[in-house]
Design a protein around this ligand. Structure first.
Ligand SMILES: *[C@@H]1O[C@H](CO)[C@@H](O)[C@H](O)[C@H]1NC(C)=O
Ligand SMILES: *[C@@H]1O[C@H](CO)[C@@H](O)[C@H](O)[C@H]1NC(C)=O
Ligand SMILES: *[C@@H]1O[C@H](CO)[C@@H](O)[C@H](O)[C@H]1NC(C)=O
Ligand SMILES: [Cu+2]
Length: 404
């Protein structure tokens, strides 16, 4: 808002040129460049916002009714259209956690607690219950599902299976909520005050500060100990596997280790950078960016902003051991969904996939790219599915998103 009237035409021009999908596919930025591109500071986020607002005054005005100043999306909210919806699908609607009623929140948390009482079916040694089955399945596949072409769709299927388990095993009637961290980041303040971390209606807050290894020099880590409050505190909940790649039984408390600077990666400006792509491969590459803690990426925001160096959700293998994982990944899926359902990206966005089968193999030196018939496996959680069945959320899967 501060820069609402002071934007330059060149900024608008740049933003629009990129948004209309010229044939030029954005070059993958070098780390130094990427660090400079999706800027971390609020001022630059404001500048990018206003560049878009000029393009779509109506939608921007509507957005300001529910968004704090300085947050407006590059892409408008889509209305997924009938031609692409299977007649038998009446989508369930995923909502922002922030906008759910206390009763809805409590029903969701009760269902998650219920999953931890249902007997494990995965055959993974350390998994005692269905909640663990999800964590263990992610752990086993961690080396092959990140920095690959199927990253976002693997996680989409994993989330949909979790949502289905909540509904079918634990009588949950709602849909998987999402955590729109870009909103919280724009409001700022103490992270412990954010609605997802509420001790009564949310997932509890940060752990107390503990010293410990910090091999990647996560900046400004503030916790590391056991989550002391809320429904997933040590006396109520245990993480049964990990740390690291072990899936043996090792019950321990859920830990969090907030890092405010890394949390800020999840801002609207960085979402806009991810959205500013014209094809699946470029989009999915930007959502993960590169594994370097000096280079922002929105996927890392929820993982390392909450998990820091010692927190469960920051452990690449065991991140689903923090129930908040599912709300973080639902927001990433929502960002993908919102991009997919733009007129400028349809219908290609419901059929096209690319990107390497082997992690980081972006030049296809070791293997090829994924194709639509590439099979996604999530162990015993659900049957294998080709990527083609996961692209449209209103077909084999059947859900949509409510505007934050
Ligand atoms: C957090 O919430 C408490 C209690 O509502 C309030 O006193 C405090 O000022 C808030 N802190 C920040 C930084 O928002
Ligand atoms: C787990 O990690 C250790 C240490 O990095 C490694 O030696 C071992 O091979 C890994 N095990 C599996 C199953 O990936
Ligand atoms: C593999 O996927 C990447 C990312 O989308 C794309 O740039 C590249 O052209 C693809 N390679 C082939 C051989 O299709
Ligand atoms: Cu993952």
């Amino acid at each position: 808002m501060r820069f609402w009237r002071s934007i330059t035409t060149s900024l608008v021009g740049l933003s629009l040129t990129a948004a209309v999908c010229a044939s030029v596919i954005p070059r993958w930025p070098a780390p130094e460049e990427a660090a400079a591109t999706p800027a971390l500071d609020e001022a630059s986020a404001d500048t990018a916002d206003t560049a878009y607002s000029a393009d779509s005054a109506d939608s921007a005005a509507a957005d300001r009714a529910f968004r704090p100043p300085g947050v407006s999306p590059l892409l408008p909210w889509p209305t997924p259209s009938r031609p692409y919806t299977k007649p038998t699908c009446t989508p369930i609607v995923r909502k922002s956690w922030r906008k759910m009623s206390t009763t809805e929140k409590s029903r969701y948390i009760t269902a998650v607690q219920c999953l931890t009482t249902k007997k494990s079916i995965s055959g993974i040694a350390g998994a005692k219950n269905i909640f663990d089955d999800f964590q263990g399945t992610h752990s086993q596949q961690t080396p092959t599902i990140h920095w690959v072409g199927h990253f976002i769709l693997w996680h989409r299927y994993f989330l949909a299976a979790y949502e289905r388990s909540l509904r079918t095993l634990c009588s949950y009637n709602g849909a998987q909520p999402y955590w729109d961290w870009e909103y919280d980041n724009a409001c700022g303040g103490d992270m412990n005050n954010w609605s997802v971390f509420d001790a009564t209606t949310g997932f509890g807050g940060n752990g107390p500060y503990t010293t410990g290894p910090n091999p990647f020099n996560i900046p400004d880590r503030t916790g590391g100990g056991c989550v002391p409050n809320g429904p997933f505190r040590a006396s109520k909940f245990s993480v049964n596997m990990g740390p690291g790649n072990s899936t043996g039984y090792n019950p321990h408390c859920l830990t969090r280790d907030f890092s405010r600077p890394l949390m800020k990666w999840g801002n609207q400006n960085n979402i806009n950078w991810v959205w500013d792509t014209c094809d699946y491969g470029s989009f999915t590459r930007r959502i993960e960016n590169i594994p370097d803690f000096t280079v922002p990426n929105i996927h890392g925001s929820g993982h390392f902003g909450v998990g820091g160096a010692l927190g469960t959700i920051g452990d690449a293998y065991n991140s689903p051991g923090d129930p908040l994982f599912y709300l973080h990944h639902a927001n990433l899926d929502r960002v993908f969904w919102q991009w997919q359902w733009q007129n400028k990206n349809l219908p290609k966005s419901l059929t096209e996939v690319s990107g390497p089968i082997v992690p980081f193999d972006y030049n296809n030196q070791q293997a090829g790219n994924v194709t639509a018939d590439f099979q996604i496996n999530i162990g015993k959680l659900a049957g294998d599915l080709p990527l083609s069945k996961l692209l449209n959320t209103q077909d084999y899967l059947c859900y949509t998103y409510e505007k934050p």
